[in-house]
Design a protein around this ligand. Structure first.
Ligand code: NAD
Ligand code: IMJ
Length: 253
């Protein structure tokens, strides 16, 4: 039977380990027939990501630190055959900026969070748009802390607000080339980026108690929405932030 991503090639940035949202998305894209290419941030992650790539039959795995222009240039070299979908699942802020009061955020900490978590989408869009001459899909991951105050999310919330605005401006620029740009706003999931957060388990409990679906978000649900957006089924959707959060964001109390 035909699969949703048959014949498509997808580049997925942001796999660090088997818990990464990017890995759940890569596995779902592979399941739906896509040719999957993975990148990892640095040498330290090489072996893990190569092994995960093998598990899902990835056709290529290479290093791409999005703060390094020379490493972004590798994208066009490695994907000269063209591309249909790109997933940006990357965020970083200094750990101390995710625990002390937001008002104490340094200039360097602010700029670092913006560079890695927001500007990098623009950099990736510029590197990949020429590889999608017939159009394609660009997807990033965001979190509710961009729109509401979530304790300790701090400088990441500001970076995600910029990321969501970047999605809209890129969607406007790239729409005439039939390149769609969207974000998925995922509910809290216990990944490496979340595990480090104080009281994360109690955040999961609060969400499960109050979300309309009365449970937490499963990475596989995020991945299935990512499949939809990269597939032909998503052809009319661009500039959007779609919540995959068991409905939590609609609640006022
Ligand atoms: P994760 O730690 O598995 O993924 C974060 C990734 O960012 C890692 O693979 C890391 O290597 C990569 N990264 C950081 N700096 C980089 C750089 N300079 N160059 C290249 N890659 C770099 O955690 P995750 O939760 O899967 O995070 C993926 C995305 O999902 C992030 O954007 C995060 O904000 C978002 N998100 C996560 C949750 C959650 O609760 N886990 C909820 C909503 C949104
Ligand atoms: C992160 C901080 C505070 C509250 C948080 C999170 N909540 C959730 C997250 C409620 C769900 C996870 N998230 C959505 C992120 O985007 C995390 C980004 C992140 C995490 C770390 C931890 C380790 C580190 N730097 C980080 N930079 C970004 O050193």
């Amino acid at each position: 039977m035909a699969k949703l991503l048959d014949g498509k090639t997808a580049l997925i940035l942001g796999v660090a380990n088997k818990w990464s949202l990017a890995y759940a998305i890569a596995a779902a894209y592979s399941r739906e027939g896509a040719k999957v290419v993975l990148t990892f941030q640095g040498e330290r992650l090489k072996q893990t990501v190569e092994e995960l790539g093998q598990e899902i039959g990835a056709s290529k795995v290479f290093q791409c630190d999005v703060t390094q222009p020379a490493e972004l240039e590798r994208i066009s070299a490695e994907l000269s055959g063209g591309l249909d979908a790109v997933v940006h699942a990357i965020a970083f802020a200094n750990r101390e900026d995710l625990s002390r009061p937001f008002v104490e955020t340094s200039r360097d900490g602010y700029l670092l969070a913006q560079e890695v978590s927001s500007y990098s989408l623009l950099a990736v869009a510029r590197a990949t748009a020429p590889l999608m001459p017939q159009g394609g899909s660009l997807l990033t991951l965001t979190y509710l802390g961009s729109q509401r105050v979530v304790p300790n999310y701090n400088v990441m919330g500001v970076a995600k607000a910029a990321l969501e605005a970047t999605v809209r401006y890129l969607a406007s620029d790239l729409g005439p080339k039939n390149i769609r740009v969207n974000a998925i706003s995922a509910g809290p999931v216990k990944t490496a980026s979340a595990r480090a957060i104080k009281d994360f388990s109690s955040i999961l409990d609060v969400v499960a108690q109050h979300a309309p679906l009365r449970r937490n978000t499963d990475p596989a649900e995020v991945a299935d929405t990512a499949v939809f957006l990269a597939s032909d089924l998503g052809r009319g959707v661009t500039g959007n932030t779609i919540f995959v959060d068991a409905g939590f964001h609609i609640m006022g109390l």
